[in-house]
Design a protein. Structure first.
Length: 98
C-alpha cells in the first residue's frame, strides 16, 4: 500500500471529533474510494507506524468494535461514546456527521 494513500486515510481519521465515530465505508467515501472500506481497515492496521491518530474512533457499519482490541472500547467510553452492548457503539447516536 502506498504511503500517500495511508496518509490520506489518516488525515480523514484525524478529523473525527472526540465523542464521535466513523465507519470504514464512510472514510472510504470521503477519500473517493467508496468501495474500498477494507482498504481503510488495512491502512488503520499499520497506523501506529505513521504517527498518533485516533483510530479507535473507527468502527464497522454496525458499530462493532475491532475484535481483540479491548482498549478501543475503553478509549471510546472515556470520550463519552454511547454503547448498545459491550462490543457495539450506538452508531445512531454518535456517528460523525461530516
Amino acid at each position: 500500500m502506498k504511503e500517500d494513500l495511508i496518509y490520506e486515510i489518516l488525515s480523514v481519521v484525524e478529523e473525527i471529533p472526540q465523542g464521535n465515530v466513523a465507519t470504514y465505508g464512510q472514510i472510504a467515501r470521503l477519500i473517493g474510494r467508496e468501495k474500498n472500506a477494507r482498504l481503510v481497515g488495512k491502512a488503520l492496521s499499520v497506523a501506529q507506524y505513521y504517527g498518533d491518530y485516533p483510530c479507535h474512533r473507527v468502527v464497522n457499519h454496525a458499530g462493532r468494535l475491532v475484535p481483540g482490541w479491548k482498549e478501543q472500547g475503553e478509549l471510546l467510553k472515556e470520550e463519552g461514546v454511547p454503547f448498545r452492548d459491550s462490543t457495539h457503539v450506538d452508531i445512531k447516536k454518535c456517528i460523525w456527521d461530516c
